[in-house]
Write a protein that binds this ligand. Structure first.
Ligand SMILES: Nc1ncnc2c1ncn2[C@@H]1O[C@H](COP(=O)(O)OP(=O)(O)OP(=O)(O)O)[C@@H](O)[C@H]1O
Ligand SMILES: [Mg+2]
Length: 261
């Protein structure tokens, strides 16, 4: 089933927030979702109450694939207190990023690790770092689609532009590696209807990218931040909050996009 990277080469846009809470909203709607933390910051793992040592198994499995040894990602999957399946990261994933650079077919390691389990899930979400590094390239190569959470603020196009540029450059340099990574959609996060700049940029990008922009906007919400701090998804933390409503609407719209494919 589809593998979707939450990817935009820009920091702090709400990628991790969206990975966790969209996955939780989809779970509530009966979907089976696997989360993969591909960021050495391990924010997604922390946001679901996990510790650095929980991410070590993932490193071991990536290392096995890198060395052409039999690997099994099931060894690295943890089920969190709120019932989400996640492959957590550890800070040492930054070492893997460095090691993959010198590996033959180093950008296909994650794809090879996910392939055998992909069919067990309705969706696999990969939370990416904000840099275009080997870990991000691994996520792109493994992905059918890309979801781009972004703030409707100054120069958001820069993030979009650099994604297209990075991907096209990668495709040219690696013409034996097929990379799909179609943009499934752009999601506005930390949105404040009262801010003129938010309204103006949302309109500009909606005009430019048309159907690619999700109608659902994730409003700025302290409850979402508090849930992250508590190590819970928003539905486990406060199911009546605006954050829960927004991510549930996003899940409905997200599923609609797959029905129309
Ligand atoms: N809707 C929201 N309302 C309020 N704060 C938010 C919202 N979404 C995200 N944040 C906050 O913004 C910050 C960045 O969010 P997040 O970590 O999800 O972004 P990111 O794109 O994953 O960042 P990075 O590039 O570092 O991985 C965090 O402190 C998070 O709590
Ligand atoms: Mg993040």
């Amino acid at each position: 089933m589809p593998i979707i990277s939450i990817l935009i080469p820009k920091g702090g846009t709400g990628k991790t927030m969206t990975a966790v809470n969209l996955a939780a909203a989809l779970c509530k709607r009966g979907c089976k979702v696997l989360l993969v933390d591909m960021d050495p910051q391990a924010n997604m793992s922390q946001a679901l109450g996990l510790e650095d040592k929980d991410g070590e198994h993932f490193l071991n499995e990536l290392e096995k694939v890198r060395n052409e040894m039999p690997a099994n990602i099931a060894n690295a999957i943890v089920t969190t207190a709120c019932g989400l399946a996640i492959v957590p990261a550890s800070r040492a994933l930054s070492r893997t990023d460095y090691e993959l650079v010198g590996t033959y077919k180093g950008s296909e390691v994650l794809k090879r690790l996910l392939e055998p389990v992909q069919y067990k899930y309705d969706f696999v979400f990969i939370d990416c770092p904000s840099a275009w590094n080997q870990l991000t390239q691994n996520a792109a190569v493994a992905s059918d689609f890309v979801l781009m959470p972004m703030q409707a603020e100054m120069l958001p196009e820069k993030g979009l532009d650099s994604f297209y540029y990075n991907l096209e450059d990668f495709r040219k340099e690696n013409d034996t590696i097929p990379v799909r990574a179609d943009i499934l959609g752009i999601i506005f996060t930390k949105f404040d209807e009262k801010k003129k700049i938010n309204r103006a940029i949302a309109k500009k990008l909606s005009d430019e990218y048309g159907g690619k922009v999700f109608n659902t906007r994730i409003r700025w919400s302290a409850q979402l931040v508090n849930a992250q701090v508590a190590g819970l998804d928003i539905f486990s933390f406060n199911p009546k909050s605006n954050g829960a409503k927004d991510y549930d609407s996003l899940a409905a719209e997200f599923l609609g996009r797959f029905q129309h494919r």
